[in-house]
Design a protein. Structure first.
Length: 227
């Protein structure tokens, strides 16, 4: 039984009692009694579950189960890895790239017309920032574009890994990268990717994504400043 593999009495309790997103849990006093734990031990296990994104604790609302997402667990592990060795970002970047290429067709097939228009709007917004005075780095558009392409993908693990990439990207401060020529070239590829999505030519969109990666390798950026 999967529940037995957890060291946490609290997490086993969540599994065995089949709590669903939105369900409210008993009070700490009731949980303490039901689980036979000290209050300090219960709070410790509750905090672990909260960091894993399994529950949330709010004033007056108490403890509630939330919709499962892979991001909290992978985010903490990834940020810890980068704190030890920032060069590990390149390995995670390579994983993220292969995920995007592999799941592109399925992800795009799930987008509706308005969601595709939103991708076009992000490209246009990024262009305005890059061509404006003063020049601004379109980081918000960058993150929103990539995650927007995969937002409807029915796979919480891929979603979590892709979202974790952007947490890492900001943690190693690539969102403040300032080579304007590089940024403009990157957004030319983003424009090609979105054009392929808009016309239904997924092969062209995928090729633009692959060419984008080759551009980064040619410039020696893939190992430390991948986009």
């Amino acid at each position: 039984m999967i529940a037995s593999r957890f060291d946490s009495d609290f997490i086993r309790y969540l599994i065995v009692n089949k709590f669903r997103p939105g369900d409210r849990l008993p009070t700490l006093e009731k949980l303490k009694s039901d689980l036979g734990l000290s209050m300090s031990k219960l709070r410790e296990q509750l905090e672990v579950a909260r960091h894993l994104g399994l529950v949330e604790v709010k004033p007056r609302a108490g403890i509630q189960c939330v919709e499962y997402t892979f991001l909290p667990a992978i985010k903490h592990s990834l940020l810890f890895a980068l704190a030890i060795d920032s060069n590990l970002f390149s390995a995670f970047s390579a994983l993220r790239h292969h995920l995007e290429v592999s799941f592109l067709s399925d992800a795009v097939a799930r987008l509706n017309h308005q969601e595709k228009i939103r991708l076009q709007d992000l490209v246009e917004s990024a262009r305005r920032k890059l061509d404006g005075t003063p020049i601004r780095i379109p980081h918000e558009e960058h993150r929103a574009l990539h995650l927007g392409i995969f937002k409807k993908l029915d796979n919480p693990f891929v979603q979590g890994l892709l979202e974790a990439y952007w947490e890492a990207y900001e943690a190693v401060e690539l969102n403040v990268y300032a080579d304007i020529d590089y940024l403009r070239e990157v957004w030319e590829y983003h424009e090609k990717i979105v054009a392929g999505i808009m016309t239904g030519d997924i092969e062209n969109a995928r090729n633009a994504l692959l060419e984008h990666t080759e551009l980064l390798r040619a410039r020696g950026i893939f190992t430390s400043e991948i986009s």
